[in-house]
Design a protein around this ligand. Structure first.
Ligand SMILES: [Fe+2]
Ligand SMILES: [Fe+2]
Length: 167
């Protein structure tokens, strides 16, 4: 692919991905405000942005079979754990940005677990089996991720058990 088209597609993938996320967040706010039609509108258009993002990503060659997708996922999470979040957290400390320190710390802790969960999944998938997986619980405040049962209190942010969403 020509370099400029590739750069443009990377940029649109990023923009559409952000719009998808933003609209899902806004839909949650509309739910809370008891405006179900507005929530539905945000969710519908978020889905369209997902379709756009997927199409761009496919043209960029980013989508493969699960074994490749897991390697992409492991590489992404590992980069976040080893390079990106520690560096971002250090800058937030240097600049005394307390809230940014907290959100980067929260994300860093969860990404470590995500990398390990994807590693385990890849071992199974590479042997031609689906991964054995119990319930996956996510803290809705900090994103802490755990397989099995929700702890009484989130070990990262202290949220109570009922604040975990099950997948
Ligand atoms: Fe992650
Ligand atoms: Fe938490």
């Amino acid at each position: 692919m020509k370099k400029m088209t590739q750069e443009n597609l990377k940029s649109t993938f990023s923009g559409e991905s952000q719009a998808h996320m933003r609209y899902l967040i806004f839909a949650g706010i509309a739910d809370r405000e008891k405006n179900p039609n507005l929530a539905r509108l945000f969710r519908a258009i978020a889905f369209a942005e997902l379709v756009h993002a997927k199409n761009h990503y496919q043209v960029l060659g980013g989508i493969g079979p699960s074994t490749e997708n897991l390697q992409t996922s492991i590489d992404g999470e590992t980069f976040e754990v080893e390079e990106m979040y520690p560096a971002y957290k250090a800058v937030a400390e240097l600049q005394d940005e307390k809230e940014a320190q907290r959100t980067t710390y929260w994300a860093l802790q969860a990404e470590k677990i995500h990398a390990a969960m994807y590693q385990k999944a890849k071992q199974a998938i590479d042997q031609g089996k689906d991964v054995e997986l119990g319930d996956v619980l996510i803290c809705e405040f900090c994103g802490y991720t755990v397989e099995g049962k929700a702890p009484d209190k989130c070990p990262i942010c202290g949220a109570s058990k009922d604040k975990f969403r099950k997948f």
